[in-house]
Write a protein that binds this ligand. Structure first.
Ligand code: TXA
Ligand code: MG
Length: 324
């Protein structure tokens, strides 16, 4: 059984990746589980460690925009405009891949998911590498994405040799995934960059094909219902009725304590009502509240603005698991 070490050594991270190992890397959104994106043998280890179905493709992480666009056959004008504005940053673009990209990265699809992450240590590592990093979130399949090295270790301990410690993730919610259909820009996964920001950048409306909000088939297979759910049953606070027993229940709120729950059973995402700060805390709150072994957890939705929409999307998915 291998020991999982946590450290900040880029040289060690590079040495492991160069020898086809997988390691966890920090990004500004959530921690990733990374392998050499040109090496199918290393990529296979990601699927095995996460217990992820082989049909679910991976995002490639690049050091800069030009090396990302070199790996695709078409770059629409809007993609260029968005890259200029949001890369490095939490935006993932689906574009037609060159043949050189291994099928194990894209699970046989024609498009590859590209992003240039914003995390300093992650970029410093990418600078030293001769290849992009294939990386899904560093959680076991269907579990909560990790936003700290400790969360990664909790789920992947002994399955990976190294976690590159870049502290707590700045954003706390995964990247926004977009694609291009004819002239339209479509959001496939709500994420850290809001729809409003994307629309302001390209000066036009974008579409949304997110399974929760439309009946269309989702393109990104990871957007299944049961993603992002803690083990403890989770319900919307709006589902709580007068007289419901709540002694052994937790409450995750936005900025105000709930009078019906003991204070020690509550977690406020942002005491001063800041949605970005709340997003950063969301998955951590799931981890912490899950560990308290409540009989159930009630949670409150955030205001539907900016990143609040992506936070609410993750809350809906977490709740859905126990309401279907
Ligand atoms: O913020 C993030 O995006 C994080 C960090 C580590 O970069 N990564 C992440 O990866 O969330 P993952 O694998 O947990 O979620 C990526 C989603 C999955 O739902 C996957 O199905 C979809 O992107 N995806 C990846 N490549 C795709 C492709 N070629 N076509 C369609 N969907 C794709
Ligand atoms: Mg994931």
């Amino acid at each position: 059984m291998q020991r999982t070490e946590i450290g900040t050594c880029i040289k060690k991270a590079k040495r492991l990746l160069d020898s086809s190992e997988i390691i966890s890397i920090p990004t500004e959104t959530v921690y990733g589980l990374a392998a050499n994106g040109n090496n199918s043998q290393a990529i296979a280890k990601i699927y095995a460690a996460k217990k992820r179905p082989l049909s679910n493709p991976l995002i490639l992480h690049y050091k800069d925009t030009s090396s990302a666009f070199e790996d695709v056959t078409i770059v629409p004008k809007d993609a260029e405009t968005l890259a200029e504005k949001f890369w490095p940053g939490p935006l993932t673009m689906l574009l037609p891949k060159k043949q050189t990209i291994p099928d194990s990265v894209t699970a046989g699809k024609n498009c590859v998911a590209l992003r240039v992450p914003q995390h300093k240590l992650c970029l410093a590592l990418l600078e030293t590498l001769a290849y992009p990093l294939a990386a899904p979130s560093a959680n076991l399949y269907g579990r909560i994405s990790p936003t700290s090295p400790a969360h990664v270790k909790e789920q992947l301990n002994t399955r990976i040799p190294y976690i590159l410690d870049g502290g707590i993730c700045e954003k706390g919610i995964e990247s926004t995934i977009i694609g291009f259909e004819n002239e339209a820009v479509i959001v496939y996964r709500l994420g850290s960059i809001s729809i409003e920001e994307i629309e302001a950048c390209i000066q036009k409306k974008v579409g949304l094909k997110n399974k929760l909000e439309s009946n269309q088939e989702v393109l990104t297979s990871g957007m299944v219902k049961h993603h992002y759910a803690p083990n403890t049953a989770m319900f919307s606070i709006a589902q709580k009725h007068e007289g419901n027993k709540i002694e052994n229940c937790g409450f995750i709120g936005f900025d105000t304590l709930h009078p019906d729950f003991p204070n020690e059973n509550q977690f406020l995402l942002s005491e001063n009502g800041n949605i970005d700060a709340a997003a950063k805390e969301l998955y951590r709150s799931f981890h912490i509240m899950d560990a308290k072994k409540f009989s159930s957890i009630y949670i409150e939705f955030m205001p539907e603005i900016g990143i609040g929409r992506a936070v609410n999307d993750r809350i809906k998915r977490a709740i859905q698991k126990y309401n279907s």
